[in-house]
Design a protein around this ligand. Sequence first.
Ligand code: ACO
Length: 329
Amino acid sequence: MIQPPKSRILGTGHFLPPNVRTNADLEKLVETSDQWIRERTGIGERRVAGDGMVTSDMAANAAKNALEAAGTSASELDMIIVGTVTPDMPMPATAVFVQQKIGAPHCPAFDISAACAGFVFGLSIADKFIASGTAKRILVIGVELLSRVVNWEDRTTCVLFGDGAGAVVLGPAEGDRGLLSTNTHTDGSLGESLMIQAGGSAMPITVEALANRKNKVAMRGQDIFKAAVKNLHSASQMAVDQAGMKNEDVDWVVPHQANLRIIDQVTARANYPKHKVLSNIERVGNTSSASIPILLDQNVRAGVIKPRDVVLMCALGAGVSWGAALVRM
Ligand code: ACO
């Protein structure tokens, strides 16, 4: 039997740092071209946080926008979940600093590390806390400051990523409006396809590690590409099936903005018409865990996504970890 939703999105918000780095700017840094980047990824420009801005600053800005949209005060929050692989520092969690910056009470505040799938993982966890009655207001944030961990001499990765933050406030569902289903998965056999190797117990930061850029993102792009096309399709279908719906019932697809070719292949396999597939990759690039909540908020604020619309979200990233969520707004 199909269960009614337990939690719903009360408000959305996002923050993008103002500095724009275009493909033309990158042509000056590495051997690449605007044409190559656009044809292979769909990206035209991305945002780069200025000196002095840290991950929790962007997260707090997105959070404040989401709280305002939800008509919720930070003092009402029962939990803060931050999906990020670019924390302010290894310890403590970035969520700790967000709590301070938005003036939230002493609610649990923690990070989850599921890379580009971090927001979907966070949504799934928050839904369960609300379903159990443990929490009534949860802030879920996806935030990344990837420009600080990208190797700006590596053309195979530096052209892809951007900085930004997105957030939602989750509260108890009302009738049939809310999270209709979520699913999350990890295949650790692909763990080495996308890594920042140094900085943990396996490879502490040493002069040698720094010299070899082991503290920067390294990726086997084609492995990730294939895993994304396969798993995003299955997770998206699972989200729709588990909600007892059909693909035609989906009003909007809000996919992780990794690569326009991945998005095209995944949505074509499920026969989603192009006009239902939302994208901002051309202007924002791949902001990892922030990508879905940024795109969601932009389209909510623009009046494209309306109350009661059915929205499918899906993401895959390092791990590889992936998941999908279906929500009636
Ligand atoms: N500019 C110009 N040439 C480049 C660039 C660049 N920025 N990057 C790579 N090339 C070259 C390569 O060196 C290679 O040259 P060669 O044939 O002389 O060896 C050629 O272009 C083709 O390289 P491929 O890696 O085969 O290119 P591909 O079509 O696979 O595109 C890409 C690479 C865009 C990274 C793609 O594999 C991809 O998008 N993968 C998914 C990865 C991803 O999105 N990661 C983000 C994090 S995870 C996530 O969000 C899902």
